[in-house]
Design a protein around this ligand. Structure first.
Ligand SMILES: Cc1ncc(COP(=O)(O)O)c(C=O)c1O
Length: 509
């Protein structure tokens, strides 16, 4: 679609009345050079001669003369009554358009911080999942959710209150924080009042802010092994010392953590639905972890990223809800429960940390977007989130069952398929030696997106498997993609490829 942004109105044009060069020629040259440098792209609209004359406090005659010359030389075209546009025929230099920063020769760039150097490596290999099966975190919305969302959005954009025009509090909109606190108390047994809720742009920002706020370079932190790669990366960028703690069917092995680093400053865990294994942390381990944190004055960062959709078994309360010592920072997000494009998450912090998080939020990006927050607050307050969760729970349970039964039919001889009791993704582990990274790469080439499990491990022994998201796809897509994936797995097994010595792939993120 052609841009209607009218950037030409913002061009810093100026004329010098003292110059020997006639005014009309100065305008002509300035516009011509904007066209030739690519500052004004083909199709861009020029201001009307009257607007430009007003802006430069000139007689219109000079501007008209400049436009006529540009027209005669083919730099611009005139389209009937709709105005003057940069000609589509103009060849804009592609290599160095205006605004391209100069690139220093390799090795001549100023130094990055050590965090920056890690960010650079991580950023190089980042691929944002396409919306193909089985991309994790692709959510479904049905017609009712879209309708409810539109209704609330249009109410807010129609009214457009003065409050939408100013900076918000760093901790976020009061109405939204009230709704989030009420939701978390009911759905996740989180113990909190509104004042403890800090609105942020997703769980990832909560994790990053927690690291900045609670840790110094060199501090030891327990991380789950296998575990969530972006947290590990953020910790290492901050100079923390990651202590990998093994995970089994009961979640993080607290005794192993205490043996490895009893004096760690923090532990990052996903107790409700461990990423990537899917394990739920047992009550005994939860109590042991809380007791350790209280004893050694450590923080626990509880990432509760996707436990709203529960299909079977008893609902597991949050770890935060069991904490009596103010050690837990609860990390929540609307990315799974609604959709990740919202970029809305929240921290629930102990009262003693509220000011530190407010300050950190301000210094990072000041405050969350106001309009967005009031829409979500109303969406929640009118009961639309609850009904969305109710309907999507059914939809996702059906998707899970379809995928599980397809995988069991096609792959049960070579893989253990873990049936998740909650969440929007499942994991399968291979029983035979095969490279999950090679399968993920082959699958990507065939238009199927899966996360290999092995890159999530820090220490051996490493298990090979795949994480498959099932929440954003219809039944036919799930069955077809399961069939294709099974064929790829069987082909990889038939080739007898081994994991050792394989090049690193980007598919793990
Ligand atoms: C374990 C875990 N934590 C955090 C996140 C980040 O969520 P958000 O989109 O809210 O930043 C994800 C996203 O998939 C996740 O899997």
């Amino acid at each position: 679609m052609r841009s209607r942004a009218n950037w030409s109105e913002l061009l810093p044009l100026a004329v010098d009345p003292a110059s020997d060069r006639p005014i009309f020629q100065q305008i002509y040259l300035a516009l011509r050079s904007a066209v030739l440098s690519g500052a004004l792209k083909p199709g861009a609209k020029l201001p009307s001669s009257r607007q430009l004359a007003d802006r430069l406090s000139l007689s219109r005659t000079s501007v008209v003369a400049a436009y006529e010359q540009l027209l005669a030389e083919g730099y611009v075209t005139s389209r009937g009554g709709s105005g003057t546009f940069v000609s589509d025929e103009i060849q804009v230099p592609e290599a160095e358009p205006a605004g391209t920063p100069p690139r220093p020769a390799p090795g001549r760039r100023a130094r990055l911080s050590s965090a920056g150097a890690r960010y650079e490596i991580f950023g190089r290999d980042l691929s944002v999942g396409a919306a193909e099966p089985f991309t994790a975190g692709c959510c479904s919305v049905d017609a009712k959710t879209i309708n409810d969302w539109r209704r609330v959005t249009s109410q807010h954009t129609r009214v457009f209150e003065r409050s939408n025009l100013r900076y918000d509090q760093p901790e976020g909109d009061a109405a939204l924080r009230r709704e989030i606190a009420a939701y978390l108390r009911a759905a996740r047994a989180v113990q909190c009042d509104d004042a403890q809720v800090i609105v942020l742009s997703g769980a990832q920002q909560v994790i990053d802010l927690s690291i900045r706020t609670l840790l110094d370079p060199g501090d030891s932190v327990w991380i789950e092994d296998p575990g969530y790669i972006p947290t590990r990366e953020a910790l290492m960028a901050a100079g923390a010392r990651c202590v990998p703690v093994p995970v089994d069917a009961q979640g993080l092995d607290v005794a192993a953590g205490m043996a490895a680093a009893p004096g760690a400053r923090a532990a990052y865990i996903t107790p409700s639905h461990q990423f990537p294994t899917g394990a739920a942390m047992s009550m005994a381990r939860r109590q042991a972890l809380l007791a350790w944190a209280a004893r050694s004055r450590a923080w626990i960062i509880e990432d509760d990223y996707d436990s709203e959709f529960r299909y079977a078994g008893r609902p597991l309360a949050s770890l935060q809800g069991l904490d009596r010592n103010g050690t837990v920072i609860y990390v929540g997000t609307l990315s799974k429960v609604l959709f990740p494009g919202l970029r809305l998450g929240f921290a629930v912090v102990p009262p003693s940390l509220v000011d530190a998080f407010r300050g950190a939020r301000f210094l990072t990006d000041r405050s969350p977007p106001t309009l967005h927050q009031s829409i979500v607050a109303d969406f929640m307050q009118q009961g639309f989130l609850t009904s969305h969760i109710r309907r999507m729970r059914q939809r996702y349970r059906e998707a899970r069952d379809i995928l599980v039964s397809a995988l069991e039919r096609l792959l049960s001889d070579v893989a253990d398929i873990e049936v998740p009791e909650c969440g929007i993704q499942l994991v399968l582990h291979f029983r035979k030696p095969v490279s999950d990274v090679a399968i993920a790469d082959a699958a990507r080439a065939a238009g199927i997106i899966v996360k290999p499990v092995s890159p999530h491990y820090v220490r051996a022994p490493v298990r090979h498997g795949l994480v498959l998201g099932f929440s954003g796809f219809d039944n036919r897509q799930l069955r077809t993609a399961a069939g294709k994936l099974a064929a790829l797995v069987q082909a990889e097994l038939a080739h007898g490829k081994r994991t050792a010595g394989r090049p690193k792939s980007t598919a793990g993120r």
